[in-house]
Design a protein around this ligand. Structure first.
Ligand SMILES: N[C@@H](CCC(=O)N[C@@H](CS)C(=O)NCC(=O)O)C(=O)O
Length: 208
């Protein structure tokens, strides 16, 4: 399998899970700053022009959440559990995309990506709105985490890798996580996992 990635938010989920599972993937670094994601060779793999992408034989899978689930299933890991717990995972993945990381991701873009790629100053209106929404949904997560080790209780799943993905960037992205003690406690637990702390491989191969 090949995992095309960059050292940014969405690929972080796929890389962390691949690392956690010790999955047999060859990592292919895609240099977004050079626009490698828009080259025809890459668009043939992912017409969206985005990372991450997983290639397994003839199969090309884009979307970080789907890649995490695929890798977990291939490894027979209950990071992607069966039955009712799988539905719980789906709930958190959906909620995260539409609410929690949607707004944390907007702050990540304003405070980290924009200055990195020279897109100018953070937009104060977007920052204010995203911070407000982040607080609203962080409250929901904070309440849920009370008395739980992970999102599904004692079971670590891909949902933890997805919902937590912005938290390593919280200080730089000015995501106000310090106001949510349960989220901080949960994130400290995720930080005990080497794959969480160091999700990205040493760069091996450049994309063609
Ligand atoms: N929904 C996609 C989003 C992927 C995405 O937005 N990737 C960003 C990096 S975090 C990217 O490739 N950006 C390059 C571009 O838009 O040109 C997923 O979850 O995999």
């Amino acid at each position: 399998m090949k995992l095309f990635y960059a050292e940014t938010l969405n690929p972080r989920k796929a890389c962390a899970v691949a690392h956690y599972l010790n999955a047999p993937v060859d990592y292919v670094y895609v240099d977004l700053a050079k626009g490698e994601q828009r080259r025809p060779e890459f668009l043939a793999i992912n017409p969206n022009g985005k990372v991450p992408v997983l290639q397994d034989g003839e199969m090309r899978l884009w979307e970080a959440n789907a890649i995490m689930c695929y890798l977990a299933r291939a490894a027979g890991s209950d990071l992607w559990p069966d039955g009712p717990r799988q539905i719980e995972v789906m709930r958190w993945l959906s909620w995260n995309a539409d609410h929690f990381t949607r707004h944390a991701g907007a702050l990540y873009f304003q405070h980290i990506i924009k200055p990195t790629v020279g897109l100018g100053e953070p937009d104060a209106t977007v920052v204010k709105e995203s911070t407000g929404y982040f607080r609203q949904f962080a409250n929901v997560l904070n309440e849920h985490l009370k008395g739980r080790k992970y999102l599904l209780g004692d079971l670590l799943t891909v949902a933890d890798f997805a919902v937590g993905v912005s938290l390593p960037y919280a200080a730089k992205a000015r995501i106000p996580v310090e106001d949510f003690a349960e989220i901080e406690r949960w994130h400290a637990r995720l930080n005990e996992l080497p794959a969480w702390r160091e999700p990205f491989p040493v760069k091996q191969t450049q994309a063609a």
